[in-house]
Design a protein around this ligand. Sequence first.
Ligand code: ACO
Length: 321
Amino acid sequence: MKDVKITACAKALPERIVTNDHLTQIMDTSDEWIRTRTGIRQRHLSTGENTSDLASKVATKLLRQAGLAASELDLLVVATMSPDSQTPSVSNLVQAQIGAVNAVCFDLSAACSGFVYALTAARSLMLTLQKKTALVIGAEVLSKLLDWQDRSTAVLFGDGAGGVLLEASQDAHFLAQTLTSFGESAQAIVAGANPAGKFPQTVLQHSPFTMDGRKVYHFATHQVPQLIAATAEEAGIELAQIDWFLLHQANRRIIEQVAKRLDLPLAKFPMNIQTVGNTAAASEGILLADCLADGLIKPGQTVMMCGYGGGLSVGCCLVKF
Ligand code: ACO
């Protein structure tokens, strides 16, 4: 086997849609503020489904699309920053729910870069361990990490899951992959922090989501264009030759700024942030599923996927469909 190929893609969103207007009933915000600052109009929020439930729905859809039995899966990677528990991993819970008895399972934590990091990790493992089939799923129930009194973060995020099936291929499909990490800026995005206990007064607790929005905005609008350009260069492809740029859906203004810095038309950057909000590790998988379902991405086209966020981190992946 020479490479791996994306052979199926699916998403799952909680049924409950919460509009910006709805949020104005529980916090001091406005549709106008949220729309103009972020592009978000609504988000899907869980009413009882956990991360593994959404991920399992995606896994079931992927297997159905490909006509594959769960027992034929070799690898199952879930990217998430909102797992059901520290252990077992979400991927193990999905394994049990779908009956993927032969799959090697683990979770990967790289926040909003998680999906691209997981794609890279899964592909590498498939090539080194000669695994033939893998599911890579980004899944989040971020609503359980948020402080619903904090308007500066609560309005930004949504719940959901999206993923792909990777299968062994004799042709090259992953043209370049680059990952970068910036631990010195780790405190810019913090969720679910578990402070160290002082035995015997250890109290179980975790803190809600906090973000230095301006710092993350500056980071994304500078690091993302740089890594996209470096990834294209590694593949030996001109930026203008790339058909689509699927960026993590954190903020419409970040995406506009990245397109501008790269001197590329915004029309090459599909967006669904208006309907789903920021779904962290699920974002890229959900967007890819929407683009494929709409017939936007055609066989033979090249797609630059780019995740960025907590860590801080950025990951890019140039894929030929
Ligand atoms: N409704 C109304 N007013 C609000 C809201 C709200 N929901 N939130 C904040 N405000 C107010 C603030 O209180 C402030 O008021 P003040 O001037 O009276 O003090 C004002 O609006 C401006 O607040 P800022 O935080 O400075 O707003 P900014 O223009 O920076 O926009 C935003 C905030 C949208 C978060 C932006 O900084 C951003 O998009 N940053 C990047 C976020 C990102 O990319 N995250 C991705 C990674 S997430 C992850 O990895 C999980």
